[in-house]
Design a protein around this ligand. Structure first.
Ligand code: NAP
Length: 306
């Protein structure tokens, strides 16, 4: 049964496209309207029938919508919200899918009309691909969607939005914005930065070793390159807007790195063995929680990885 009559997707990239396909699969809306900034993306969305109706302005997209999803880079959330605010239907639910939450609240809520609701969301699923052709209906299946309500929230509206995400395939966890940003700095943002750095270091090295880094790249480095191929706009915005939490976790990471560096220099095998034994147990916990698989290729299809 439809959770919302009309859903408006602002942005038609990986996340919005996957949402549209999952909404259709779950019959969660009677109509999905979409808008993206460039005519090129809108034309592709029309060509592949990504949503039911593609329109040429954000204002038109939100007209009579019961749910508006902001699926644009974090830095664009505020300006987009300012543009659509006067055109929102009475009682509409506005949500976003941004990877950082506190800065999205700060950017969006000041523009929210009194008659509208806002609840932040962050589906913890993605790939290194972007754009309207990159979406697929199963992206959110059995993945977490972190739901971040404001301090005062209409419980009925919160339940309805959670039901919508469950219909899309996700598991729900409710969090406050600061906690969300710290958790994501640990599990997503800092690991991405480390991957970007490692690939950057290897790229420098490549100049010395004449392509050997690429030629002999083994699984560890290949996994880093996949993560480091993620969308530059999205990740620039993540680090600009989740600055404090990322710097906190990076500080801790650097301290740990020094500990391991000293252990290697001093030949402290016991420390290294104990450390790697502890981290191996974390991997087992992730597999047991159903968030990854033990298969040699991690169960990932060649192009649709997360
Ligand atoms: P994407 O594939 O690059 O798509 C972004 C979309 O936003 C494009 O359709 C783009 O339109 C549109 N857009 C950009 N600026 C705009 C503006 N000012 N006004 C209107 N539309 C605009 O990105 P994505 O991966 O779907 O990410 C979208 C959001 O989801 C981001 O906030 C990101 O933090 C979050 N998120 C991403 C992932 C992930 O792994 N990718 C996971 C969870 C959450 P054009 O094509 O016309 O430029």
């Amino acid at each position: 049964m439809a959770t919302y009559n009309r859903v408006a997707l602002i942005g038609l990239g990986l996340i919005a496209g996957s949402m549209s396909l999952a909404i259709r699969r779950g019959k969660l809306a009677n109509e999905i309207v979409g808008y993206a900034r460039s005519a090129e993306t809108r034309d592709i969305a029309r060509e592949i029938n990504l949503v039911d109706r593609v329109v040429d302005t954000a204002e038109e997209a939100v007209k009579d919508a019961d749910l508006v999803v902001l699926a644009v880079p974090i830095g664009a959330m505020g300006p987009v919200m300012a543009a659509i605010a006067p055109h929102l239907k009475q009682g509409v639910m506005v949500t976003d899918v941004g990877s950082v939450k506190k800065s999205v609240f700060d950017a969006v809520v000041p523009h929210l009309p009194e008659h509208a609701h806002f609840i932040g969301c962050h589906p913890m699923a993605g790939t290194e691909h972007s754009g309207p052709r990159s979406g697929f209906a199963t992206l959110f299946d059995n993945r977490w969607c972190l739901v971040v309500p404001p301090e005062t929230v209409d419980q009925g509206e919160l339940d309805r939005l959670c039901d919508f995400w469950k219909g899309i395939g996700a598991n729900i966890e409710i969090m406050d914005p600061d906690h969300h940003d710290l958790v994501c700095a640990v599990v997503s943002h800092t690991p991405h930065l480390i991957a970007y750095t490692m690939v950057g270091v290897a790229d420098d090295l490549r100049r010395v070793t004449d392509q050997e880094v690429i030629k002999f790249s083994a699984a560890g480095f290949r996994d880093f390159t996949r993560i480091a191929a993620s969308d530059p706009t999205m990740w620039r915005d993540v680090f600009l807007t989740n600055k404090d939490a990322t710097l906190e976790i990076l500080g801790r990471f650097t301290e740990e790195l020094f500990v391991l560096q000293r252990a290697i220099r001093q030949g402290d095998g016991d420390l290294l063995f104990d450390y790697f034994t502890r981290t191996r147990a974390i991997r087992r916990g992730i597999i047991e929680a159903g968030q990854d698989t033990d298969a040699p290729d991690f169960g990932r299809k060649p192009t649709k990885v997360d």
